[in-house]
Design a protein around this ligand. Structure first.
Ligand code: M6R
Length: 616
């Protein structure tokens, strides 16, 4: 949700922090702020609004100098977005500054106690309470020195209930930055005579590729020349230095107007990345390096529960169709946030599979932990290497899609579907899937990048359609079978970035109620490739036409019947049904993108949203 960056070294901290915040802005953009240690005084600048409209002009008119600093970009949880609620927050003395991601659940109780002791608060945030708590501990310890600060942070963290990724600096300690995590990521970046902390490696990849991912309850004591990590719950911390696998260029927008468009256009490559080294034509199966399960263990799975959120949940629905058809294994799809709390029975040989682009979604992480707590094996399909879900799962498969910066997920969805198809083939070949059928599907996967390019070549046609329909206030997206989840995803993309009310349904479900909403001003996007559901979907389409609803069809090239009944058609190449969701999704991404642009919306930073949802 929010983003953290901190710097300690010999360079000017403010430009590094500002640049880092720009790279983090997709994580939260209500407001931003920084604190830099100047001449024994903390200089704090913070401002409502996006960085280049608020904080950056403020820092320009009111500069800060110093080589130690922390910064934050905010997605509001406690308290409205405003200057006062922006981070960093100071303690009562004004000598300790804190930036924090996560939620302090017992902040109200702590606030009452501190208020009774005379503390005055300037904001309505939980983070300011934490800053005051650290400050109170520090004052009790005599209020000076590195050791006192680190112990004060640790004592405060022992008292709080909730989640945090945080960075703390103090005016008395010019060579110290303290970082800590529980439930919200924090990474140390290692440089030469300098260190960084951040909640997201994108912010520091331009400076260093050597990083340490902190674990829950870790507290890091960081100076320019060294760092130490201890753990609040264990005698020793597990510190491993990793290398970032992506570059600054991968995380840049390049020639494209928006990250979302860039990421849509990257899909031929990201599909290739998801397939690379995983197609075994000789054995007619897919192979993976990291599932950490023997053939016998995989063979003994009786049921898979897939838990995910948002777009990843739509991918899970496609996964259900794939695994049930190709492997004949029962699959249940759960919203991650429902799965954790409803005490669903899990039989002995049930495996949980979680899907997550970021690998940090709090709901999905909670589902993973719940399954593990109950003694089940938990696998994950994740994009971000080294993310919490990737590290806590028992095994899994990386998407290798590269950084996804646009808040609306595109390439990660398609990569997840690609990996799920491979997994379904893998599980299927241990059961009843014939070698011929497996090879047919694998060939269809191999053909995808070129087919995606053909769809991308229709960008101008789709843009014109978007211009025709961009004033509609309500939309339906309908599909059946494999393309039902695609319809859900098409509707989500449109509502997220254009703020148009859009509903995704199974085309068959319309007649049970929602069709009451159809009229001449309510367009319906029908995903209707020539697959096993074609005749039935066409019958559903006729029902919409009979109510004068405009129809935009996503159909198979060469389908003559569709041109007669739809107002507009976007054509897909002929395709094999199990891979149809991958291709059918792409025109819907472009359609949503161009509608949002036509409506003047901020595509990459839609209102109220943040890229990675690290609160429950
Ligand atoms: O990182 P995750 O895949 O776990 O994220 C899950 C959802 O928060 C995410 O897909 C969200 O729905 C996106 N904004 C969709 O575009």
């Amino acid at each position: 949700m929010c983003g953290i960056i901190g710097y300690i070294g010999k360079k000017a901290a403010a430009p590094i922090i500002l640049e880092g915040l720009r790279r983090l802005e997709y994580r939260g953009y209500d407001s931003a702020g920084l604190a830099v240690l100047g001449d024994s005084v903390l200089e704090v600048r913070k401002k409502l609004g996006k960085i280049d409209e608020g904080l950056a002009p403020l820092v320009k008119t009111s500069p800060v100098t110093g080589t130690l600093g922390i910064g934050h970009t905010r997605w509001a949880t406690h308290g409205v977005p405003c200057d006062e609620n922006s981070h960093p927050h100071l303690d009562a003395s004004g000598r300790i500054a804190v930036v924090h991601n996560g939620v302090i659940e017992n902040y109200d109780l702590l606030k009452q106690r501190l208020a009774k002791a005379g503390h005055k608060f300037k904001s309505t945030t939980d983070t300011e309470v934490l800053a005051h708590l650290i400050g109170e501990n520090y004052a009790k310890r005599g209020g000076s020195g590195k050791e006192a600060l680190v112990t004060s942070v640790m004592d405060a963290l022992r008292e709080v209930i909730g989640t945090y990724g945080l960075a703390v600096i103090c005016a008395d300690c010019p060579d110290l930055m303290v970082g800590a995590r529980r439930g919200s990521p924090l990474i140390i970046g290692i440089g030469k005579d300098e260190h960084y902390v951040t909640s997201d490696a994108n912010a520091i990849v331009a400076h260093t590729k050597k990083v340490v991912y902190l674990n829950d309850y870790d507290v890091a004591t960081i100076t320019a020349g060294s760092f130490e990590v201890s753990n609040l719950g264990a005698d020793t911390a597990n510190v491993q230095i990793s290398n970032l696998e992506f570059s600054q260029e991968d995380a840049a927008r390049g020639k494209h107007a928006h990250f979302m468009l860039k990421e849509i256009y990257e899909q031929p490559q990201t599909i290739l990345n998801a397939l690379r080294g995983r197609l075994d034509f000789e054995g007619a199966t897919a192979k993976f390096g990291g599932l950490n399960m023997s053939m016998a263990e995989l063979r003994s799975i009786d049921r898979i529960v897939i838990a995910a959120s948002g777009t990843s949940w739509h991918a899970a629905l496609v996964g259900e169709y794939l695994i049930e058809e190709l492997a004949q294994l029962p699959v249940e799809v759960e919203f991650a946030h429902e799965f954790c709390y409803r005490n669903a029975p899990l039989e002995k040989n049930t495996v949980l599979l979680v899907l997550s682009q970021s690998g940090e979604t709090a709901d999905t992480l909670a589902a993973l932990r719940e399954a593990k707590r109950r003694g089940h094996r938990a696998l994950a399909i994740v994009n971000v290497v080294g993310s919490t879900i990737a590290r806590e799962s028992d095994g899994g498969i990386y998407m290798h899609a590269g950084p996804e910066i646009g808040v609306a997920s595109t390439k990660a969805f398609v990569s997840t579907l690609t990996v799920l198809t491979l997994l379904a083939v893998h599980l299927g070949r241990m059961r009843m899937l014939s070698a011929n059928r497996a090879r047919e599907i694998m060939k269809a996967l191999e053909a995808l990048p070129k087919q995606v390019e053909k769809i991308l070549a229709q960008n101008e046609t789709i843009k014109k359609l978007a211009q025709k329909y961009h004033k509609a206030e309500d939309f339906f997206f309908l599909g059946r079978g494999y393309t039902f989840p695609v319809a859900l995803e098409g509707a989500l993309k449109l509502k997220e970035i254009s703020y148009i009310h859009a509903e995704g349904y199974s085309a068959a479900e319309m007649k049970h109620g929602p069709i009451a909403l159809i009229d001449a001003d309510t367009p319906t996007v029908f995903v209707v490739p020539q697959d096993s559901m074609y005749d039935k979907t066409m019958a559903n389409l006729a029902m919409i036409r009979a109510r004068k609803g405009p129809v935009i069809a996503v159909a198979t090239a060469g389908d003559k019947a569709i041109a007669k009944v739809a107002d507009d058609v976007i054509y897909l190449p002929p395709l094999l049904e199990p891979v149809s969701p991958i291709l059918a999704t792409i025109p819907l991404q472009l359609f949503a993108y161009h509608i949002a642009v036509a409506r003047g919306c901020d595509v990459d930073k839609p209102r109220n949203l943040a890229k990675s949802v690290t609160v429950q």
